[in-house]
Every structure is written in structure tokens, then in C-alpha cells.
Ligand binder design. Structure first.
Ligand code: SF4
Length: 304
């Protein structure tokens, strides 16, 4: 399974089967908080980066196994909507199963009518909008040069009005970058017009691409939540799952590998033959248990 990972316990979506539609790390943004590291292919070009038929074949195989899956989620190694065949994949999955389908997107391409139409078959779309100010957009999301925040806002707004499914907007707040009262109030004003079911407030809880991307305290998040209003929730930590998706042997293998020498996410993923997004879940737990620590060298994050 090269393009499918999980089901992995997700903080928001329960047991989520991840679908990766693009090569690592292809994205229209290069967010300073990205848990996958820096973007190596910054682009807004949509094409069939990975063959839709191959992805669909893998999904069909996993569905036949009959595992508990709460959501099929397009996420993965960058921006999933860059795959131009996403509409065909969504429609085929909806023919195969009644499991709800979610798309995690940075929302930057939703200004394109074709892009919005492509996502209409999904059940839940979670776009991100961290700021409404171009200068801060450049600092926190380091966008493709053609992207302007006004266009991104218009795209997300139009999509939220046209889409029949649910839209949850994610806002990632980074200390000292987009957390000023002025910026949060401006953001609250802008998103008020959008047709959102939820606003999900997040901060840097996984190792970021850049060391200087620091998290907010729970107290600060609560204050921001008050400004953003009733629809806003702070994304709660996922409780330990009852289903045995967290495999102790994988945890042990990661620990024995990083004990010998520091390794990157990509190294661990190659060695274990598991998707990077799956490894991230283990690393999150190991960090919480203080069994693993990280260091950044020449822009690459290493696990010890
Ligand atoms: S956080 Fe998402 S949008 Fe930002 S660089 Fe990473 S993959 Fe792209």
C-alpha cells in the first residue's frame, strides 16, 4: 500500500484511512509549522501526480478487509487537491462505500471554480486559513508566489456557500506570528461571512518544519476561542483508541532504530515500509512519553 495509510487514530475524525494523492512533499504552501518538513516542490500546478487508478485499487483492497474506518481522508504528503483526478477518485469511493469522505486542504486553490466543483462529492472539507493578512500569510505559510490571501479567502468563502456537505475551517496559531489580538479580530470578522459548521483552533503540537514555530498555551487558545465565537473549538487531544491500531512492535522498532543513529521521518518511513503520516502518530506518542527527542540540522528534523 503505497498511497493508503491507516486507519490511524485522528484527533478529529476517529479512525481515519489516509489517502495520499501526491508525491512527498508537493504543496502550494511551505508552512513553518508543517509536520512533514519543508516543501520541496512548491507548485499550484494540478496534474495526475499519482495515478488515480492505482490509488483506487488500494482503497478497494483495504475496504475488503472490513476494518473499522470512520472517515476516508484525503491528506498525506502535501496538498491533496493538486491531484487533478481528485473528482474521479471521490466519485468512485462514494460508489464503493458509504463511509464518509473528508478532504484536508490548505484551501489555496478554491478560488478556481473547477477546483470547487471537484470537491462537491465529499462529505466534509477542512480548509485552513491561518491569517487574513498578506504579510503574515507570507511569514507563516510561505506561499507559492502567485497566491494572494484575498484570493484564498474568496475561494474558501465561495466554496463554503456552494458546498452541500460540512465545512470545518482550521486555524493554526503560531506564537508571535499570527496570534495578535488585532489579527485574530480581523480573522473573526472575515470568517463570520463564511458558511462554516465549525472553526477548529490548533497550535503547533507536532515537530514543526522550523524550530521558531512555537505553540500557544492552552490559556492563550482559550482567549482566542472566545473571540472566534461559538462555532470555535480547540482541537482536543485524541484519546487512546480501544481498537489495537497502535502497534507496540512498531513503537519498539522506531525506538531501536533511533537509538542507533538519528533518523528523519523519511528514513523511518522507508525502513519500516509505513507511510510518513502513520509514523508521525507514533512519534507524537513517543515524544509525550519523553522516549524520543528531536533536533534540526540544515533544515532537516532528526529523531533521537
Ligand atoms: S501544513 Fe499542509 S499546507 Fe502547509 S506546507 Fe504542510 S502540507 Fe502544505
Amino acid at each position: 500500500m503505497a498511497q493508503i495509510f491507516g486507519p490511524v487514530p485522528s484527533r478529529r475524525l476517529g479512525f481515519s484511512l489516509g489517502v495520499d494523492t501526491i508525491p512527498f512533499k508537493t504543496c502550494s504552501l511551505d508552512c513553518i509549522y508543517c509536520q512533514l518538513g519543508r516543501t520541496t516542490n512548491k507548485t499550484i500546478q494540478r496534474k495526475e501526480y499519482i495515478a488515480a487508478d492505482d490509488i483506487l485499487r488500494e482503497i478497494e483492497e483495504v475496504l475488503q478487509e472490513g476494518k473499522r474506518i470512520d472517515y476516508i481522508t484525503f491528506s498525506g504528503s502535501g496538498e491533496p487537491t493538486l491531484n487533478s483526478e481528485i473528482r474521479r477518485m471521490i466519485n468512485r469511493i462514494k460508489e464503493l462505500t458509504s463511509i464518509p469522505l473528508a478532504i484536508l486542504t490548505n484551501g489555496t486553490l478554491l478560488y478556481q471554480p473547477r477546483m470547487r466543483e471537484d470537491l462537491m462529492g465529499a462529505d466534509l472539507v477542512i480548509p485552513s486559513l491561518d491569517t487574513v493578512t498578506q504579510e503574515i500569510f507570507k511569514m507563516i505559510n510561505r506561499p507559492h508566489p502567485s497566491l494572494k490571501i484575498e484570493k484564498v479567502i474568496t475561494g474558501i468563502d465561495s466554496f463554503s456557500q456552494e458546498f452541500n456537505g460540512k465545512v470545518w475551517l482550521e486555524i493554526m496559531v503560531v506564537k508571535g506570528i499570527n496570534d495578535s489580538l488585532e489579527e485574530i479580530e480581523k480573522t473573526a470578522q472575515v470568517i463570520k461571512e463564511m458558511n462554516l459548521e465549525k472553526i477548529q483552533l490548533n497550535t503547533v503540537i507536532r515537530p514543526p518544519a522550523e524550530e521558531f514555530a512555537r505553540p500557544l498555551s492552552t490559556e492563550d487558545l482559550k482567549n482566542i476561542k472566545t473571540i472566534l465565537g461559538e462555532k470555535c473549538e480547540i482541537i482536543a487531544k485524541f484519546k487512546r483508541p480501544t481498537q489495537k491500531v497502535y502497534k507496540r512492535d512498531v513503537e519498539k522498532m522506531i525506538l531501536s532504530m533511533v537509538k542507533r543513529r538519528p533518523l528523519t521521518l523519511v528514513d523511518i518511513s522507508h525502513c519500516l515500509g509505513l507511510h510518513r503520516n502513520e509514523i508521525i502518530k507514533y512519534i507524537e506518542v513517543l515524544e509525550k512519553k519523553h522516549k524520543i527527542r528531536t533536533e534540526v540540522h540544515s533544515g532537516e528534523r532528526y529523531y533521537h
